[in-house]
Design a protein around this ligand. Sequence first.
Ligand code: GRF
Length: 204
Amino acid sequence: MNIGVFASGRGSNFQAILDAIDRRVLTARVSLLVSNKSDAGALEIARTHAIPALHLSQKQFPDEQAFAAALLQRLREHEVQLIALAGYLKKIPTLVVREYKNRILNIHPALLPAFGGHGMYGHYVHEAVLASGAKLSGATVHLVDEEYDRGPILLQKAVPVERDDTPESLAARVLRVEHEIFPLALKAFTENKVLFNERSAWIQ
Ligand code: GRF
């Protein structure tokens, strides 16, 4: 299966996907890496692995429609069948969500539906978890619809919140489970083991 990875940042989840492919845990190929940031670490990772990498941002286009059309064209050129949002901080254009319905997965660094939504990314998530007094956090892989962090949840793994945690220490603990569960969720897709309806998704 050809996976298109979208990433805005350093790309450690992208790297975890590549590692899972190398270890043959995941039988797939990353056929395209898309980043909205020209200086994203993920672009560099793609280049070192000779994976086609693209800096594409809505800012380069007059409107969302034009951006979506360009994105879809590139996805088709690279025969992308499944999209993995690995720390991608922008909303996916509606046209792309429709074209790839139930074939876009996102990793979120908390246990959704709590601590998600617009503006809930990076350290903001971990700060909110600590401020809430929650004793568990974790990572969530979910299917992407037209709202931030709202589509059906596919896979979650919890980690404890420790008394002396800082946003950084909690982020590091959560990141370890992100690297574990994102490749597993993609694997389930490649093996056709995902069942879903409008509200939820399960791995068979
Ligand atoms: C991860 O915490 C991911 O859950 C979130 O953004 C971060 C990206 O990290 N959506 P990386 O670029 O994969 O290292």
